[in-house]
Design a protein around this ligand. Sequence first.
Ligand SMILES: Cc1cc2nc3c(=O)[nH]c(=O)nc-3n(C[C@H](O)[C@H](O)[C@H](O)COP(=O)(O)OP(=O)(O)OC[C@H]3O[C@@H](n4cnc5c(N)ncnc54)[C@H](O)[C@@H]3O)c2cc1C
Length: 505
Amino acid sequence: MSSTDFDTLIIGAGHNGLVAGTYLAKAGRKVLMLERRDIAGGQLATESFGEGFLVDCLHPGAALRPDIVRELDLTRYGLLPEPHNHSAYISLLPDGKRLLLRGQGDDAETLASIRQFSGNDAARWPEFVAFMDLATAFLDEAYRTPMPRLPKVGIAEGWPLAKLAWKLRSLGGRAMFRVIRSLSMSAVEFTEDWFESEELKAAIAAVAIHGSTLGSMSAGTGYTLIHNWLNRGGPAQRGNGVGPTREALLAAFKAAGGELRTSAEVNRILVEKQKARGVRLASGEEILGSTVVSAADPRHTLLGLVGAVELPPDFVWATQSIKLRGSVAKVHLLTDGSHGLPAGTLAIAPTLKYLERAFDAAKYGEVSAHPYVEVTSAGNVVSIHFQFAPYTLRHSNWSVERTTVERMAIFAVAEHFPALMESIEQVQSIVPTDLEAIYGLSEGDLNHGQLILDQIFFMRPLPGWSDHRTPIDGLYLCGSGGHGGGGISGACGRNAARTVLKTKS
Ligand SMILES: Cc1cc2nc3c(=O)[nH]c(=O)nc-3n(C[C@H](O)[C@H](O)[C@H](O)COP(=O)(O)OP(=O)(O)OC[C@H]3O[C@@H](n4cnc5c(N)ncnc54)[C@H](O)[C@@H]3O)c2cc1C
């Protein structure tokens, strides 16, 4: 097809762009997807850092929403449904003890492990898991519900929200109250409501702060706990690799008639009389299309690609105020295989105060001296998620601090697994400035905007603009910065595609 034959242009081939593009192509749109990198997948990247050093760079696994897998027929392209996650989550404790958790209420190994620290907590675990199942089911429903553009709510926009409120009501008075209360609580308050042992409370609180620039005492980490538990299907990462999800989405997109161009960075969204009319690439090439759907983050899309002059002043101010705060680094180690790490997700999060102190450093623009880390391994490769490593360093810069983070990450893990040190053959790290430069994430923010209470539901990405539309007719947002993001669920892509298809052009 020539570049004039498309009616819909998608900016960015991350999983949300691919989900949106596939829905739109299946509905008969002529879709062209433009990706700035030379590979597709966004944060579902698998890359080689040298011979034998092939890594899922950012995520050890993924699971799209089951409705998306079904509606896009992704099993036909090799994606197996992943409803349950039985992987182990192991908290590594200073005295050599370990606390093992699985997201099932009746898992005998979990109950025995918790009992080492508290018999009462082991007795409460089944009730806790049942609550998390309920709370994640509610959040899941909220993410698939289109949010109204408050304060303008007509009957049509209000109806899905009324159904969501009914669903919450149907949980029963006590559970409804507990779910609502949990969202605003800190991880400390939330876990103290359930358990007495410090080891268990801290292990759960670590899941709450994972990926965010928040500490265990920050309000709203009750919400991020439920969000992360939903995306993981329990406390542990899904160790299923990101390749199958990425490849199935790419195959489904192409089978639906979509076309993908990589190494095609968009540097301008063309606007005429408040209407999108196409894009200009960094190469200077212009491609026309009356619908433009951006999977890039909202700030980059609106201020970088559209430009403030095309937007109402209030909207520009609100977009400038979106909180983007990356503070995650990844350190990948190629080993000779004798690292000694068990399978599963390993966390260094011994106490609630440890987590809060690790976060304290980020507040002052410093790398945590005692970081919260989460470790997974796949064959010879060990991958360390490191928090906190703030994008903006107050007294240093990332060309200096990269090696500090690498060293600290390795030492933190080697303290528990001494064989690791001798087994390391190569080290490769991804710091927040790499997340921006390589993966296109403004300020290294993984979720295209922090998951905090004033940036979720009908306030994501901006109050009044949570239905994926923008002040520019024909321009939509479908990435994780919108309602339903972050994580790898595809909710934003699906919701945005539905909005596009509902809108008369
Ligand atoms: C280490 C790590 C840990 C994480 N942990 C969690 C977690 O615990 N919980 C959670 O909810 N989320 C987590 N996330 C975040 C989650 O991965 C993201 O929310 C999700 O992957 C974003 O997917 P996306 O498709 O919306 O965007 P992306 O995967 O970021 O894709 C956007 C695409 O747009 C492209 N692009 C950008 N600008 C342009 C342009 N101008 N022209 C063309 N293309 C462009 C980019 O190259 C990219 O391919 C984590 C992320 C990382 C990196």
